[in-house]
Design a binder for this molecule. Structure first.
Ligand code: NAD
Length: 235
C-alpha cells in the first residue's frame, strides 16, 4: 500500500468551534499566546496556565470532529495513513484516525514538572495543584510550549520521508519545526494544501485547494481515491 501523511494545524479544528490563534491577532481563546504557551509561562504563572489548559480540555467535551477530520479516515482502507498534527485536541482520534502523531502534546495527558516523559492519562479532568507525580512533584499540562524541544519531530520526519502523498490542512506554515516538515517529502510526493487563506509560504509543487477543511478535505480525498489504479491496489 502507498503511504499518505497528513499534516494538520489549528485550521482543521476551527469548524469544530476551537479557535486558531493566528486568525485572531495572537490571541488564543482570548488569552495572549505568550502568557500561556511559552517555555517560561508555567514558571511565571502556573495557576493561569493550568486554568487556560483546563478550559481547553473542558471545551473538548463539547467539540465534535468535523467533516474534515472524518473524511481523512476514508483513506485508511487503501493507504497507510499517518496524521501528524500540531493540534493538542483529540478530534482526529475521535473521528477514527488510527495513527496520530501529536507534535505539540495532548490535552488529555499531564506530565511531571520534573520529567516530561513521566506521562499520565487524565482524560477530560482538570489538573489541580493537588495532583502530583509518583515522587510528589507537581503535574503540568503535557504540552510542547514555544521554546521547548519537539521530541515527536523525528518519527514525523521518518514518515514524511516515505510519503507518496502529503496533505497539509489548516496551518499557516510559520511554526517551526513543524513548518519545515514538508521539505523532507520525496521529490515525487504529490502534495496538497487545503486552507481558505493563501499562506506566505512558497507553494511551488503544491496543489493549493483554497477551501475550508469541511469542504476541501472531501475534494482531495475523492481525487486521491479516484486516481488509484490497479497498481496501487496490488502494492
Ligand atoms: P496555524 O499556524 O496552524 O494557523 C491556522 C491556519 O488555519 C491558518 O492558515 C488559517 O488560514 C487556517 N484556517 C482557518 N480556518 C480554517 C478552516 N476552516 N479550514 C482550514 N483551514 C483554516 O495554527 P495557529 O492557530 O497559528 O496555532 C499554532 C499552534 O497553536 C498549533 O500548532 C497548536 O500547538 C496550538 N493550537 C492548537 C489548537 C488545537 O489543538 N485545535 C488550536 C489553536 C492553537
Amino acid at each position: 500500500m502507498k503511504n499518505i501523511v497528513v499534516l494538520t494545524g489549528a485550521g482543521i479544528s476551527a469548524e469544530s468551534g476551537i479557535q486558531t490563534f493566528r486568525d485572531s491577532n495572537g490571541l488564543w481563546e482570548n488569552y495572549r499566546v505568550e502568557d500561556v504557551a511559552n517555555y517560561d509561562s508555567f514558571d511565571k504563572d502556573a495557576e493561569l496556565v493550568t486554568k487556560f489548559y483546563n478550559a481547553r480540555r473542558r471545551q473538548l467535551t463539547t467539540a465534535m470532529p468535523n467533516e474534515g477530520h472524518k473524511q481523512l479516515v476514508r483513506l485508511e482502507k487503501d493507504f497507510n495513513v499517518t496524521i501528524v498534527t500540531q493540534n493538542i485536541d483529540d478530534l482526529h482520534e475521535r473521528a477514527g484516525s488510527k495513527n496520530v502523531i501529536h507534535l505539540h502534546g495532548e490535552l488529555t495527558k499531564a506530565c511531571s514538572v520534573d520529567d516530561k516523559e513521566e506521562i499520565y492519562n487524565i482524560g477530560y479532568h482538570d489538573i489541580t495543584p493537588f495532583d502530583v507525580d509518583k515522587n510528589g512533584k507537581m503535574l503540568r499540562p503535557f504540552i510542547v510550549w514555544f521554546g521547548e524541544a519537539v521530541p515527536m519531530i523525528e518519527p514525523a520526519i521518518e514518515k514524511i520521508q516515505q510519503a507518496d502523498y502529503l496533505i497539509i490542512i489548516g496551518t499557516s506554515l510559520v511554526v517551526y519545526p513543524a513548518a519545515g516538515l514538508r521539505n523532507y517529502a520525496p521529490k515525487n510526493c504529490r502534495t496538497y494544501l487545503i486552507d481558505p487563506n493563501k499562506p506566505q509560504a512558497d507553494l511551488s509543487n503544491i496543489t493549493f485547494v483554497q477551501q475550508k477543511a469541511t469542504i476541501g478535505v472531501k475534494q482531495v480525498v475523492d481525487e486521491i481515491l479516484a486516481q488509484m489504479d490497479d497498481k496501487d491496489i496490488a502494492e
